[in-house]
Write a protein that binds this ligand. Structure first.
Ligand SMILES: Cc1cc2nc3c(=O)[nH]c(=O)nc-3n(C[C@H](O)[C@H](O)[C@H](O)COP(=O)(O)OP(=O)(O)OC[C@H]3O[C@@H](n4cnc5c(N)ncnc54)[C@H](O)[C@@H]3O)c2cc1C
Length: 387
């Protein structure tokens, strides 16, 4: 379906992004999957193209382009020509905005230039072995020791955990359930160690790790914003995070659709292409309609986001719908590929396992429904408060 949100300059940008992912990511993707992480070099190459933090102020080396459509295009072209293990949007769109939005001028001048060139790779560490969806159950603790915070705790499932130079760590700063601070921990700080690179079902080229913090002295100069306000900050950035998750999930669904359509036109059984069986035709017809509708919805959310008007409920709707569709599309894609769909050498097989996490991370589908439901006034927490 024709998409109406892009101008000619976006299309030119898309062409060069397609070339970049084809030439610089695709040839290395297999090796990255085997080694379990991307090469650091790819961040520097992306930085040289202006693909990292394109929204950042020119004073720090950014392009000052505050238009989410460019980031959407980068995600779409990475999904089509690159590899989702190159988690460029985690660096640029999920973590860097915390530094930019909460950092002081001194902090931004210290950190943003390296993030823009790709010298500095970012991660964010919220999840713990005992706290994921319910971040208020977090145990990591930061104690105020005058000129520094003393950080103790452990985190898990952290993307870019092995290769990150800066990790934004969330930790409790008081006894109240919602006292939470955000701290920038730098590679090499004493007491900060990386644990196992976790083996996963999919996203093999994306390193996901445990991180440990044992009496790490985090200078006050590395505290992000008000150390009691972390929860408010988390919710401030959530709409953007969910829009990113939605845009990349629907992009992957579109790629899976194209691969599958091509396959069913070539593969023959009982004297005809398998795509000519009514089952394949109806399955793909239904998914075509679904992807078109959700892509249009996501595009509309992108425009609202650019205007600063995307609500957390709409972002949750987009993330829920796009990730569920990605799951349905990749599952149908495997089925329509038959045995080939189960073979690693066929891309659809990897897309199927890569897609499974989209319904879990950046807030699970169930949490998305909670957010949408609460927006309707159906908030269980009110019962506890009001009796
Ligand atoms: C590949 C990968 C990369 C990740 N990267 C990062 C990262 O970089 N940084 C980071 O901090 N975290 C990261 N995560 C963690 C991710 O955000 C969490 O796994 C996710 O938020 C779910 O939390 P959980 O695993 O604790 O599941 P749980 O919270 O234990 O959920 C278990 C089940 O219970 C359901 N559930 C929970 N609460 C409710 C509720 N109120 N109502 C209904 N159902 C509910 C969930 O939907 C789920 O189905 C990553 C995870 C993965 C798998």
């Amino acid at each position: 379906m024709q998409r109406l949100i892009f101008e000619p300059e976006h299309e030119a940008f898309r062409d060069s992004a397609a070339r970049f992912f084809t030439n610089e990511v695709a040839p290395h993707a297999e090796r990255w999957r085997e080694q379990g992480h991307v090469d650091r070099e790819i961040y520097r190459k992306a930085g040289a193209q202006g693909y990292l933090l394109p929204w950042a102020d020119e004073a720090y080396g950014g392009l000052g382009i505050d238009d989410f459509r460019y980031e959407q295009i980068i995600m779409e072209e990475n999904a089509r020509h690159g590899d989702p293990g190159f988690y460029i949007h985690l660096h640029s769109g999920l973590v860097a905005p915390y530094l930019n939005g909460l950092g002081t001028d001194e902090q931004k001048a210290r950190w943003l230039p390296g993030c823009i060139t790709g010298e500095t790779i970012l991660a964010v560490a919220m999840t713990e072995p005992g706290a994921g969806s319910d971040l208020a159950g977090m145990k990591a603790k930061a104690e105020d020791r005058g000129d520094h915070w003393l950080l103790n705790g452990s985190k898990t499932y952290i993307s870019n955990g092995q290769i990150a130079d800066l990790v934004i760590v969330a930790a409790r700063t008081g006894d109240a359930r919602h006292s939470l601070g955000l701290f920038v921990v730098e590679a090499g700080m004493e007491g900060f160690t990386r644990g196992r690179r976790l083996k996963k079902m999919g996203l093999a080229a994306q390193d996901t790790s445990e991180l440990f913090f044992s009496d790490v002295k985090v200078p006050k100069a590395n505290q992000l914003g008000d150390p009691l306000n972390g929860f408010r900050y988390l919710s401030r950035f959530l709409a953007g995070e969910r829009l990113i998750a939605a845009a990349s999930a629907i992009a992957a669904a579109q790629v899976a659709f194209d691969l599958t359509l091509e396959y069913v036109q070539e593969r023959r059984a009982f004297g005809r292409p398998v795509g000519m069986f009514q089952n394949a035709r109806f399955t793909l017809a239904g998914l075509r309609a679904e992807i078109d509708a959700i892509q249009t919805f996501v595009d509309q959310c992108v425009l609202l986001y650019n205007r600063g008007e995307l609500t957390s409920e709409l972002a949750a709707e987009a993330k829920l719908l796009a990730s569920e569709t990605e799951g349905r599309m990749t599952d149908a894609g495997v089925q329509l590929h038959g045995g080939a769909g189960y073979m690693d050498e066929f891309r659809i097989s990897r897309m199927y396992t890569d897609a499974r996490v989209s319904r879990i991370f950046a807030g699970s589908s169930e949490i998305m429904k909670e957010i949408i439901g609460r927006g309707l006034g159906l908030d269980e927490r009110k019962l506890d408060r009001d009796g």
